[in-house]
Write a new protein. Structure first.
Lengths: 265, 157
């Protein structure tokens, strides 16, 4: 890991100012992805701006019909939250399946979605539930947030403060973990929301995406049989030693059916 | 270089470090607390597990600077005085180790498990919760038995 200047500002304004002043500074949340990336020298920054000293970014609160999770809330806290378990159990279960218990003690929701790993779990929950990403500047709809491989709509000096999840009628997440890393080889989040059925797929493409064909089928009939025989189009999906594009396409159908079963069961 | 200060095993500790210094390096190289092991250096094996503010973390993937002001406990700080901690005693009693390299991380992870989930842990739960700790010798059988026994022995402490 190359050396860098470390700072831990006490306010969002100071953190944003550090990013504005230095084009080659980066935000640090839990560091569970960023630090390994730096150690592998896949990235290099002149400075890291640690968000852990800023009050108000950590915690879970109910806001009307939405569950708002602070950007610096660790996965373990979301997984163990009685409030999330009772109103958004699919999200608690998703958070409880990220990495391992020690990683979940440290990794955060804001860090996960800002990093936008194509096989991360949280992007599927954020897109599948049609959440809104709250930042230091604005509110970004999930449909506009994930823009590509490790790419988001965030501007260079924009900081995620929280994610607001509308509480769905029913939802579930099913993932096929890659055997070594436990990242999603394919993960599918299914939700029946006020705005319709949403199906989000992670691990299969360059970024998380919605599976419109499955959404349309589930809109007509919200049961796993509505997806019988359905698979993703393999063209353009990820293909590597862990699974071919065809395998991922098939498994997306299996995971989607499992998710619907869990959501309706 | 900036100076970082934290509390390690109940004692104040501070040193001049680089921004990139990892918590495991701070513990081993600056404080000479070599009970915390660095196995894979890729946050997979869990040999470097310590507690930061009461939570188990992989110290190879945490910046020392980010622990400024924190309370850190390593395997050296677990036992009160000359007596082994109940979880250490359970690993000894059930022979939950062979070469011993993963053992400090296993024990710190096991205590974190008890802190989160309580004293009555079934074997399946222990195996699931040990996902972040690798042992290349034992096949885990005695580690699981040790953690179940250690968890029960920690009751009331």
């Amino acid at each position: 890991m190359y050396d860098f200047a470390y700072s831990r500002p006490a306010s969002l304004d100071d953190a944003a100012a550090a990013l504005s002043a230095h084009g080659d500074f980066k935000l640090l949340a839990g560091g569970m992805s960023l630090i390994p990336t730096l150690k592998l020298r896949l990235a290099r920054y002149a400075g890291l701006v640690d968000l852990s000293g800023i009050a108000g970014l950590n915690g879970i609160r109910r806001d009307g019909d939405a569950m708002v999770i602070g950007a610096m809330t660790p996965h373990a806290v979301v997984a163990a939250s009685a409030e999330v378990a009772s109103t958004l159990p699919a999200l608690a279960s998703l958070a409880g399946g990220i990495g391992d218990p020690l990683v979940r003690n440290r990794g955060t929701i804001g860090g996960s979605i800002a990093y936008a790993d194509p096989a991360a779990d949280y992007p599927a929950g954020v897109l599948g539930l049609g959440a809104t990403v709250l930042t230091s500047r604005r509110r970004i709809a999930a449909d506009d947030f994930f823009t590509g491989l490790f790419e988001t709509a965030l501007r260079a000096d924009e900081i995620i403060t929280a994610v607001s999840f509308p509480v769905p009628r029913a939802a579930a997440y099913a993932k096929l973990p890659q055997q070594a890393s436990r990242f999603a080889l394919v993960g599918v989040f299914v939700a029946q929301t006020a705005g319709g059925v949403r199906v989000a797929v992670t691990g299969a493409g360059l970024a998380v995406f919605r599976w419109r064909q499955a959404e349309a089928a589930l809109e007509r009939r919200f049961e796993s049989a509505a997806l019988d025989g359905m698979a993703l189009e393999a063209d353009g999906l990820n293909s590597d030693i862990h699974g071919s594009a065809e395998y991922r396409a098939h498994c997306a159908g299996v995971m989607a059916r499992r998710a619907v079963q869990a959501a309706t069961g | 270089m900036p100076t970082v200060s934290m509390t390690v095993n109940g004692q104040p500790a501070s040193a001049e470090i680089e921004g990139r210094t990892l918590l495991v390096q701070f513990l081993r190289e600056h404080l000479k607390l070599t009970g915390t092991h660095e196995g894979c250096d890729t946050s997979q094996c869990g040999c470097c597990t310590v507690h930061v503010n009461g939570k188990g973390v992989k110290s190879c993937t945490v910046l020392a600077a980010a622990c400024a002001g924190a309370t850190v406990m390593t395997i050296e700080g677990l036992a009160p005085g000359d007596l082994l901690h109940p979880m250490q005693e359970a690993f000894r009693e059930h022979h939950g180790l062979q070469c011993g390299f993963c053992t400090p991380g296993m024990i710190m992870s096991a205590v974190d498990m008890v802190n989160r989930l309580g004293n009555e842990l079934d074997a399946r739960t222990v195996r699931e919760q040990l996902e972040g700790n690798l042992c290349r010798c034992t096949g885990y059988h005695n580690i699981v038995k040790a953690i179940q026994a250690g968890a029960a022995a920690m009751k009331g402490r």
